[in-house]
Design a protein around this ligand. Structure first.
Ligand code: KG4
Ligand code: ZN
Length: 365
């Protein structure tokens, strides 16, 4: 168990700005950042955001290999800290925020141990951040969104490992009101892409091909769409694509026709996922009387999802604000971790470096 202590007295900014060093190593991106916030909290700047992606390494295996991810994080973290970040930033931060979970155990351990060591050596406050709260904070990094930030908010969190509808009643008050029962939306993109012979990560590959395909070419299931409740399921989609694709592959010999079928399947998969996300988000927003809807997590890089959600809100939820992630901070990064860390640090919520532990299964609420 982590002892979260009240430590507002430890936040002693050296200047008129609070600088938070963010560290993220939960999956296949090693990331560091520095967030600088004015004392009254009005001016927010990401002064550094460094992301070293391991995607090319994991592509060889068709997905993320935890042991390889962890081993790669070690030299990458050291190199980002010492070379890319530089001495000036390393001497000037006021607090440290690190992803403590959820994520891959051995990968999380690298960031957490680095952060604990930095806290010990610097004497600065340390806070362990939930990766999903980090994604939520990526919407707050968008200045336009901050102006419309009014609770209760609904966050649609769609990443490689999670698909959640999160009700936010106030700062730090999260309630998961809907989630996937099996695969995450990002996983559905990644797994169906793999079935069609496309490289990891599948989301961008599917999105690219969907541009050239017909979204109603294949009738794919939209599980739990018309069931009451806010939960979702995406594993049936994978099975349906597997069965259809096997048939297509054996009957289509012309490579051009096969590529067109791949594009049609990509467009159909993408639309099936979007339909489910949109319907459940709409229901959740109505149910909790949301003032705004956040769209965050790696899958929110999907242009169709962004456009269709924005349109749905405009047409069916008048008065509700559309609050997408800042484009620069959609996929895993450390600026979002520093931002969520800032929320905690200013409330005096920090963790003791002596006892802070990573938690691969850490829930948001
Ligand atoms: O949030 P993220 O960077 O990492 C996790 O926390 O999991 O999300 C990665 C996920 C992957 O499943 C990837 O395929 C998906 O985001 N993704 C996309 C797109 N870009 C990334 N999915 C659909 N369309 C995209 N353009
Ligand atoms: Zn993520």
């Amino acid at each position: 168990m982590v002892s979260r202590k009240k430590a507002a007295e430890h936040l002693e900014p050296a200047s008129d700005r609070v600088r938070v060093l963010g560290i993220e190593t939960s999956c296949d991106e090693t990331a560091l950042s520095v967030l600088s916030v004015s004392r009254e909290g009005r001016s927010i700047r990401v002064t550094k955001s460094l992301v070293s992606s391991q995607i090319p390494i994991h592509q060889r295996y068709g997905g993320v290999v935890p042991e390889v991810a962890a081993r790669t994080h070690v030299p990458e973290t050291v190199s980002l800290l010492t070379q890319a970040l530089g001495k000036k930033e390393l001497e000037a931060f006021d607090a440290i925020a690190v992803t403590r979970g959820p994520g891959l155990a051995s990968a999380l351990a690298v960031g957490v141990e680095t952060a604990r060591m930095l806290a010990l050596l610097s004497g600065k406050p340390l806070v362990g951040v939930n990766h999903l709260e980090g994604h939520v904070a990526s919407a707050w990094l968008n200045g336009r969104n901050r102006k419309m930030w009014q609770y209760p908010l609904l966050a649609l969190v769609v990443s490689g490992g999670h698909t959640e509808l999160v009700q936010m009643n106030g700062p730090g008050e999260y309630h998961i009101i809907g989630q996937t029962r099996d695969d995450a939306a990002g996983e559905a993109f990644d797994k169906t892409a793999k079935l069609m012979g496309l490289p990891y990560p599948g989301g961008p590959q599917i999105a690219k091909r969907a541009l050239l395909g017909k979204k109603d070419a294949y009738a794919l299931p939209r599980p739990m769409l018309h069931e009451g409740g806010l939960n979702m399921s995406f594993s049936g989609l994978k099975t349906a694509v597997r069965n259809l694709w096997e048939g297509i592959k054996t009957t289509t010999t012309d490579p051009i026709a096969l590529e067109q079928a791949r594009c049609d399947m990509a467009a159909s998969v993408q639309q099936a996922i979007i339909d489910v996300l949109l319907e459940k988000t709409f229901r959740a927003a109505r149910f909790m009387h949301a003032q705004g809807i956040l769209l965050v997590g790696g899958v929110s890089a999907n242009k169709q999802l962004r456009q269709q959600l924005e349109r749905m809100i405009r047409q069916k939820l008048p008065g509700v604000a559309y609050l997408p992630s800042d484009r620069r901070y959609i996929t895993d990064n450390a600026a979002m971790i520093a931002a969520a860390g800032y929320w905690h640090v200013v409330r005096g919520e920090t963790d003791a470096w002596e006892t802070m532990e990573f938690n691969p299964e850490w829930n948001l609420s």
